[in-house]
Design a protein around this ligand. Structure first.
Ligand SMILES: [Cu+2]
Length: 69
């Protein structure tokens, strides 16, 4: 299991937090996704054999938010 913390731009309220958490949680292989709105950070745990950080980033960007690398 891998744990990454991603900085996500564009999240401003609880709706944004839920949208990002829901989109990332929906990916197969992701076991937890939690947004800290004040810190603009997403903490995600996933099985690297099933899903990769590129797919997680794409799921966030599909919702209209930017992942800061
Ligand atoms: Cu919002």
């Amino acid at each position: 299991m891998e744990k990454h913390i991603l900085t996500v731009d564009g999240m401003s309220c609880g709706h944004c937090k839920n949208a990002v958490e829901k989109a990332v949680s929906a990916l197969t292989g992701v076991t937890s996704a939690e947004v800290d709105l004040a810190a603009r950070q997403l903490t995600v745990e996933f099985d690297a054999a099933v899903v990769n950080i590129g797919q997680i980033t794409a799921a966030i960007e599909e919702q209209g938010y930017d992942v800061v690398l």
